[in-house]
Design a protein around this ligand. Structure first.
Ligand SMILES: [Zn+2]
Length: 181
């Protein structure tokens, strides 16, 4: 990084601070030659990601679509909009870092489930039922049983476990969530 005063290329970092919710890093630097101080910003490079859908069609990764699916799955679970936006940020960052330029819609779905698992049982089951295309009530009950017998999958403080899932909730939810893809 060139010093803006003397164009020397070596500097030392005095301070690093993450800004814009981890999207960039602000660094305070000191030129090793003229000792002037200056600030640099490092940004994560945005890589366009292509999503490969179940039917083989390709489209670019659409953050707002992902948010819509998550918002619907989280309806009436008490999770606020800011938290949902933060979830989408985290998922998007992971897509960028782990998968590179291509990801299947299945991989996105599994990733979303990993995140929803820690947020709300209801949201998890709603999203799972749509995205895994449950064939009927049996699939739903199996997933629910799996969740119940693996409580470590649900990291919700007991105080927040006010929304329990039943088949009726599920059926209504599925209608609402629709095809998240
Ligand atoms: Zn300098």
């Amino acid at each position: 990084m060139q010093c803006p005063y003397c164009q020397y290329t070596d500097s030392r970092v005095l301070e690093s601070r993450s800004t814009e919710a981890g999207q960039s890093v602000r660094r305070r630097r000191e030129c090793l030659r003229c000792k002037h101080r200056f600030t640099t910003y490092e940004r994560i490079e945005f890589v366009p990601v292509t999503v490969i859908k179940r039917d083989g069609k390709r489209e670019s990764f659409d953050r707002s679509k992902l948010l819509r699916g998550i918002v619907r799955a989280c309806e009436k679970t008490g999770i606020d909009q800011r938290r949902l936006e933060a979830l989408v940020d985290e998922i998007e960052a992971e897509v960028q870092q782990r998968f590179g330029r291509e990801i299947t819609s299945n991989e996105i779905g599994e990733l979303v489930l990993q995140y929803l698992r820690g947020e709300s049982e209801v949201a998890y089951v709603r999203f799972a039922s749509v995205y895994r295309q449950f064939q009927g009530i049996r699939d739903f009950v199996e997933t629910l049983d799996h969740l119940k017998s693996n409580p470590e999958l649900i990291e919700i403080p007991p105080s927040e476990q006010t929304h329990s899932v039943n088949s009726e909730t599920w059926e209504k939810s599925v209608l609402r969530v629709g095809n998240w893809e």
